[in-house]
Design a protein around this ligand. Sequence first.
Ligand code: R1P
Ligand code: URA
Length: 291
Amino acid sequence: MSTRIAESELILNSRGAVYHLDVRPEELAPVVITVGDPDRVANVSKHFDKLEHTFQHREFVTHTGYLGKKRISVVSTGIGTDNIDIVLNELDALVNIDFHSRTIKPTLTSLQIIRLGTAGALQEHIAVDSFVVSSHGLGLDNLLPYYQFENTPAEKQLLQAIREQVVLQPGSVHPYLIAAGEIKQHFTEGFHTGITVTCPGFYGPQGRVLRGALSHPHLIEHLTAFKQGDHYFSNFEMETSGIYGMGRILGHQCLSISAIVANRVRQEFSKDGAAAVEQLITKALGIIAGI
Ligand code: R1P
Ligand code: URA
């Protein structure tokens, strides 16, 4: 029997639901689609054949229902890997902790967690309104250093090549790299595949200059130029490394897919990002229904 987890560590509300998500174990499906924007949750669940549950607490909106025979939950994470720490831990608690005894279940469940988000392309050939599957998340955020995790030999080798070829300033950044889960194999046709760079901000950390001068003005050029075998940097966003990292730590199958709304090399922005996201949702749900 594992140790009882205290009320201050696993916080449950008066509904017996997990603190931030306000979801109870029976209200979560084994397939979870995460989206950044709370309004995007309904844009996914409108495709469901049956909607069972809807919840909202802060920026965390959850809809659970059925697409054909497949039970799916859609959860909004808001922006950033700090929120991913909350969402992934609470999703895991919902399936792997017994809320009555407050102990870890003897048999663990692995969720399929698929992010449908937006991103900015780091390569000229990745056009706005196209889709990118993240082969890896390169974390320039600071979430994973708070946990113990294992890298595979292939990840170690790739991270070493990145450290040698790309100057990742400021010096306080401790980049980490985690590969996608096996569900990636289902998402090939019609998707670019590359390493996604997860940043702790949208402006300076992604090389955007409005008024604040940057400590690393050549970040985009360095990332765009990187190449190691078939590996290259495809896009910037703000959650993938956290999702892949927490998935590795907690034993869930994770994949991040992005609709490209900006091309940072061509300096273009999508004329209709909402339409691109809708197309991504439709395409991804078609694949998920058949997995
Ligand atoms: C920034 O505008 C947000 O867009 C991207 C980034 O990861 C960040 O969350 O994803 P979403 O559109 O899924 O929120
Ligand atoms: N989301 C990001 O984080 N960056 C972009 O450029 C576009 C969407």
